[in-house]
Design a protein around this ligand. Sequence first.
Ligand SMILES: Nc1ncnc2c1ncn2[C@@H]1O[C@H](COP(=O)(O)OP(=O)(O)OP(=O)(O)O)[C@@H](O)[C@H]1O
Length: 658
Amino acid sequence: MTSNVVHVNNGQDPLVNGHTNPSSYGVKADTHVWVPVDEKTEHRRVGNGSSFPMQQKGGSTLTIHNINYTVQVKEKTCSCSTQDKAILKGIDGIFKPGMNAILGPTGSGKSSLLDVLAGRKDPSGLKGTLLLDGAPLPKNFKCMVGYVVQDDVVMGTLSVRENFHFSAALRLSASVGPEERKERVNNVIRELGLQHCAETKIGNEFIRGVSGGERKRCNIGMELIISPPLLFLDEPTTGLDANTAGTVMLLLKKLALNGRTIIFSIHQPRYSIYRLIDNLVLLSLGETVYQGPCEDSLQFFKSLGYTIQEHNNPPDFFLDVINGDPNVTTNDIGQILASTDMEKVSQNGEETVHDKLVKGFKNSMWAKNLQQQVEPIFAGYQENVRVGKVQRLPPVEFATGFGTQFIYCSHRTLRNLIRNPAVSVLQVFTMAIFAIVVGAIYWDIDNSCKSGLQNRTGAFFFIIMNMVFGNLSAVELFIKNRAIFLHENVSGFYRVSAYFLSTVICDVIPMRFLPTLSFAAVVYFMIGFESVFDKFSIFFLGLFFVSLAASSISFCISASVRIFAVANLLIAMAYVVMMVFSGLLVNLDTIPDFLEWLKYLSIFRYSLTALSNEYLDFQGIDYKTNWDLWVNFVAMGVMSVGFLVLAYLRLRFMNKLK
Ligand SMILES: Nc1ncnc2c1ncn2[C@@H]1O[C@H](COP(=O)(O)OP(=O)(O)OP(=O)(O)O)[C@@H](O)[C@H]1O
């Protein structure tokens, strides 16, 4: 299949702009193994997973031209206005199959460049052109490639194999049968040397799991399952000891030798890692100070007058030079003591080390070599634009349908709940304790008009308060696994709707419905409410609606806030306000007009009225046909649906790019 698609990027380019929502184009990840036929522009799509790609050659070449990335920051003088801050400035580059490292000091733009290359950068402020084997990136590019983030994005309660199976089940199309999927998982486990811990849980704060290095390899394996043509890694050695870091990098080298294009950012690798790099990109303050073969880098620095000292590690040396460390720019101890920053160590009184390096590179033979590689690709691309041969790869669906995504997400959520039972057990336990306490306090309530009514109202209030505040735990639902959700959704594992529905249902049934049922049964009969099935059903339904409405508000806050403490504060505040507007603590007719609307949001008010069916009989009212009773259920139902929809919309439209 020939693909001559070309594209001009004018700052509005979805190629570099990326898309927040993969559902608009979808992914059949396993069908995207690109094998270059013609080095410049042609591709052949191979395989639907029939052979494990680590054994096949097939990386892709990513070319970038004039990449500029700016962000808006607050002005130093006046925080009310903003100004542009350039993060990446005019970067050209070519990333071929092999080990491509982006190196530079802190804040030099390594992660920003990596995110741009992987199509994961927020498009606002991004300009330039990215070409995949000479053609524009497909819209679903970020879902086709592997991206290993710095943090862990594997489920701690699942074993290594179970995590890989999850990735395989959702990212490989249905044409890859279960046996083949298993085989792929086995192959990845073997390739990563994880056989000995394949059945071990990854681990979390409660579960002792695999080691740090194994965990990192597991994160890499989650991406390798789809046999991506390009694998991006953000600081893959961060947090690992030297030995483990070396093992991980050797593994990447092995993949690179098999034809994979590996692109990673790295801060300050030791020599054993440095020597594995094929193509080195050195950044300083968002500009290229070197790009070319790793083995030529010392020669480039030497050409500018910087010679590495004996026994020094080249990456340390590069960073020292870029940072203007006088130790490497002069041998004069007096000068070393006098000057410590790069501004002071300017070479001619005006030009900084940074300027010298950037200019030095631009005039070097390595920059010319780079241009000789980039320009023909870019010229071919422009020619195609000129003759109107611009084509786009058609949007592709998610690898799996909504049903499959829902089933696998639900399965994982339930497993997670069962294997991490602390919260669910505590939920049931506190419900049981409260049921017994409330039951004991209001034991066998009498039916007299005075104390009977007072105690009934007190009991209902106590019960509702317990039901509402018992749902505080729901606030962690979307915060807990936020990083995993963001990564998986952007990578095309599943639609937001499948994740949202499965997460909510798997929370509501075991955490809200079942504890409420047992609570209602204990409390109802201990207190001695009427043993009439209809009345008990309404009592239970009332409590369940309270629980549902209260947890829906929690879900909404959980989907909107990323800090647990903030979410906790907000939800507690919301519950307390609703309690004040219950109609019991203050007469609602006396509250100021501008606050009156709040009573319509009070779960307490609706539920107190709903539970009153228990004694409507005494007042000669037929509770079953009384709209004043049922309207409260409708109100709580509408509140629940409303807040659930808000929570979904929040997740669906949140900016998932960096
Ligand atoms: N959204 C943003 N708003 C403001 N400044 C930003 C933003 N994104 C990046 N920067 C700034 O751009 C510079 C480059 O950031 P980036 O994270 O790419 O650097 P880095 O080389 O990966 O750093 P590190 O090694 O510390 O991770 C930094 O000074 C950073 O503070």
